[in-house]
Design a protein around this ligand. Structure first.
Ligand code: 2BA
Length: 108
């Protein structure tokens, strides 16, 4: 058995969770925050049999889009300690996946 940890953009989460549950995969949705942008994203925990991993990856790929955003995260310091927001283009991936071996799966 594998645990797929999928970090996705909030906008893509409803359709992704919808399709996963419709296809009878079990999923847990967590609200998370990206360390770099410090904005909300969604982390999904999906426990599946080994042979189901590819189907789940396909569903994730279908529902998650890469987006380019402009953020004013960075600042440049001007003489006299004036901070000016510096626009930064960031490409956020469709999804970031970690696929882990599950040692035990217990439902009591
Ligand atoms: P954030 O950390 O908010 O990162 C958002 C996007 O900013 C990243 O998209 C990437 O394009 C850019 N970025 C991140 N760190 C950067 C850095 N040090 N320098 C320049 N640009 C940087 P993605 O790579 O698609 O990541 C989307 C979200 O997935 C991340 O949100 C984070 O929450 C998670 N993530 C990505 N890689 C991870 C990893 N190795 N471990 C844990 N979480 C990860």
């Amino acid at each position: 058995m594998k645990l797929i940890v999928a970090i996705v953009q909030d906008q893509d989460a409803p359709s992704l969770v919808g399709e996963l549950t419709e296809k009878e995969f079990r999923v847990t949705k967590l609200a998370s925050t990206g360390g770099f942008l410090k904005s909300g994203n969604t982390t999904l925990l999906i426990g599946v049999e080994d042979e189901e991993v590819e189907s789940v990856k396909d569903i994730i790929e279908k529902n998650c889009k890469t987006r380019e955003i402009t953020t004013s995260l960075l600042t440049v310091t001007m003489p006299g300690d004036t901070y000016i927001p510096y626009p930064l283009e960031v490409k956020i991936g469709g999804a970031t996946l970690f696929i882990l071996d599950v040692e035990q799966f217990i439902r009591i």
